[in-house]
Design a protein around this ligand. Structure first.
Ligand SMILES: [Zn+2]
Ligand SMILES: [Zn+2]
Length: 250
């Protein structure tokens, strides 16, 4: 299995805008972050988690010309609004691509992207909504998912073998965190050092890491308040900030 961090920025990306660099060193390319998404290559299938507004460029940079399925974490625009860019993947491979999402996301996605899922006038649909189940097989790949809290809404954590992805994380419910024991790689959202009403801060995320002890942890969904080098220096060796284009083989 190969994991590619296509984007690891928060909803604004990083930096925020021209000369709005926050705390980052702009001479370090790794601080330039597009909106969060990840590509999973496993058993000759390409699975994409979320369609960020930067998707076209992200797939181009990853030299990716085929997506077999999309898994959605939640309906926020920084995780969904690149969906129209999936049209090229459908066209190139002449197929309708499944989009797995929790049931509560379906009405809004169907309404916002009607032409994509239902077709409109001269345009044929190019994706198909699939209601997410807690555990299901896509071809021979087992995908597990559960909800975590993100302030006023919930977000899906995804787990495939010993890899898991939890972005936009405020807290886990009950003992759900125990589903993430024995991971080889955990990609987890860290918006900024201080906590936010919808995102846990650094100390809370570090507590989760200390409890779970994944072999490796990579931060994603970072604002320009987090500098790559400074953050790396605050962490143990097997915990580090991601950067756009980072690839990890598992
Ligand atoms: Zn987000
Ligand atoms: Zn969000």
């Amino acid at each position: 299995m190969k994991i590619t961090i296509l984007g690891c920025g928060g909803s604004f990306g990083s930096p925020l805008a021209w000369q709005r660099h926050g705390n980052i060193d702009i001479n370090n390319k790794r601080n330039f972050r597009t909106r969060s998404s990840v590509l999973i290559e496993i058993n000759n299938k390409n699975i994409l988690i979320d369609t960020s507004p930067d998707l076209r460029k992200q797939l181009y940079d990853a030299r990716c010309t085929n997506i077999d399925a999309v898994l959605y974490t939640h309906v926020h625009s920084d995780h969904t609004s690149g969906l129209p860019d999936m049209r090229a993947m459908s066209l190139i491979n002449n197929k309708i691509i499944p989009a797995y999402m929790p049931i509560d996301m379906i009405p809004e996605m169907e309404q916002c992207y009607k032409y994509i899922f239902k077709g409109e006038k001269d345009y044929l649909p190019f994706m198909e909504i699939k209601e997410l189940e807690k555990s299901f097989n896509f071809h021979d790949i087992n995908i597990k998912s559960f909800k975590h809290n993100h302030g006023s809404i919930d977000v899906q954590t995804y787990k495939i073998n010993k890899f898991a992805y939890s972005t936009d994380l405020k807290k886990f419910y009950n003992s759900d965190i125990d589903n993430l024991k024995n991971l080889d790689l955990w990609v987890v959202g860290l918006l900024r050092e201080n906590e936010h009403p919808s995102h846990a801060g650094f100390s809370q995320i570090m507590e989760y890491i200390e409890y779970l002890k994944p072999k490796k942890t990579v931060f994603t969904h970072m604002t320009a308040l987090l500098d790559e080098v400074k953050l790396k220096n605050m962490c143990p060796k097997n915990v580090f900030p991601g950067y756009d284009g980072l690839q990890i083989n598992l």
